[in-house]
Design a protein around this ligand. Structure first.
Ligand SMILES: Nc1nc2c(c(=O)[nH]1)N[C@H]1C(S)=C(S)[C@@H](COP(=O)(O)O)O[C@H]1N2
Ligand SMILES: [Mo]
Length: 380
């Protein structure tokens, strides 16, 4: 049996879901927690008010190319194959759970998070999901290091690329079948800090987030963290997919004709835990809370401007500010006069990377790192 047959036979999502609901996302999407974008949904930032360090599973954003498949764990197998493995093999759910596990607090963030601001702040139209800032979440992931699992199949010294593939439906773009969602990882990253996760915030992975198992690739664009893992190819020759050769690259003025290198690390961003748009009362003290994050390292500084960017007093960070997750912060604000205001937050990470007033344009609208202008109305 080859991999395709194996996946078809052993772990194809049962047709159960079609019988239940036509919804592409299984969990409830109450309008107070999510903004729905077709088959995906972004977290409303006010839904993070009063939450702990992690994004609870019920409000973690979902990015689906098609629809969440319901996968039967007892018959599921993870297929490890390719020219970069000495002893190709497969693994059951039980076998995966029996391996030595570890946890990591890591963000998953869509490369297009913040895309809406290319248009609303810079007048640059880009195709794709118009995320504001809710295409990110931080969870405590438990699972088995990818290096441990691949080690069971004997990685050869000449292995160069690792291609995980999802068990969700093939992605069809403009009538062209691009195949299963998949994207190669260089072997060095794959063997470094990547996890095959089966638990999210202490619960089995929810269906929408990749049950029974997904990759978690800390610091990198969300597309690397393939959900509903069915197979992993390890190859002695370079691998590619439309998600590495065309999508998830920088295109446009100043970039090579074929696009920049495949995207890896995420950029610096900041968000207020406030509704869009927010209403606050004049004449009293408010505590503005938010979070900042970067794929490049931990956050060392957050500044907040309430006067249109004239002054940038420092915000206080509270709690952990882990690299590859985020740094919660707060700042006091007592607006006296009613009227429209714009709140801005700007973070800097340990590499010195910070947020420009204007993000550099790219045709597909990835990696918006500009300072976001959050509208607030102060009422009497
Ligand atoms: N199999 C599969 N994996 C996938 C996707 C998908 O559609 N199918 N979407 C990717 C993208 S673009 C992102 S941003 C993250 C989102 O993870 P989440 O839905 O758990 O938040 O999953 C990635 N993994
Ligand atoms: Mo994404």
């Amino acid at each position: 049996m080859d991999l395709d047959d194996a996946i078809r036979e052993a772990s194809v999502p049962r047709p159960r879901r079609a019988a239940i609901t036509p919804s592409p996302i299984v969990k409830p999407l109450p309008p107070g927690l999510f903004v729905v974008h077709g088959t995906s949904a972004e977290t409303r930032w006010e839904a993070m008010q009063g939450q702990g360090y992690h994004t609870p599973n019920d409000r973690f954003f979902v990015r689906n190319h098609t629809a969440t498949p319901l996968i039967d764990a007892p018959t599921w197998r993870l297929w490890l194959h390719g020219s970069g493995l000495r002893t190709p093999r497969s693994l059951s759910y039980e076998e995966l759970l029996a391996l030595p596990c570890t946890t990591v607090d890591a963000a998953i963030e869509c490369a297009g998070n913040g895309r809406a601001f290319f248009e609303s702040q810079q007048g640059e139209r880009t195709p794709g999901i118009p995320w504001r800032l809710g295409g990110v979440g931080v969870a405590r992931w438990r699972g088995v290091p990818l290096s441990t699992v691949l080690g069971l199949a004997g990685v050869t010294t000449d292995a160069v690329d690792v291609m995980p593939r999802g068990l969700d439906a093939h992605y069809v773009e403009n009538g062209v079948d691009l195949g299963p969602v998949r994207r190669p990882l260089p072997i060095a990253k794959a063997l470094d800090d990547v996890l095959i996760a089966y638990e999210m915030n202490g619960r089995p992975l929810p269906p929408d987030h990749g049950f029974p198992a997904r990759l978690v690739v800390p610091g990198w664009s969300g597309i690397a963290s393939i959900k509903w893992l069915g197979g992993i190819e390890v190859s002695a020759a370079p691998l590619s997919s439309p998600w590495s050769t065309r999508l998830y690259r920088m295109h446009g003025p100043g970039y090579p004709a074929e696009g920049g290198d495949p995207l890896t690390g995420q950029v610096v961003k900041s968000a207020f835990e406030l509704p869009w748009e927010a209403t606050l009362q004049a004449g009293r003290q408010h505590v503005l809370r938010g979070r900042s994050w970067s794929g490049g390292g931990h956050i060392v500084k957050v500044e907040v401007s309430v006067d249109g960017g004239r002054t940038w007093p420092a915000a206080q960070t509270r709690g952990p500010r882990l690299a590859r997750a985020w740094a919660p912060w707060h700042v006091a604000w007592a607006p006296e006069r009613p009227g429209p205001y714009v709140l801005m937050a700007r973070a800097t990470d340990e590499t010195g990377a910070t947020q420009p007033i204007e993000a550099r344009y790219n045709r597909l609208g990835y990696h918006f790192d500009g300072v976001v202008r959050h509208p607030v109305t102060v009422v009497p």
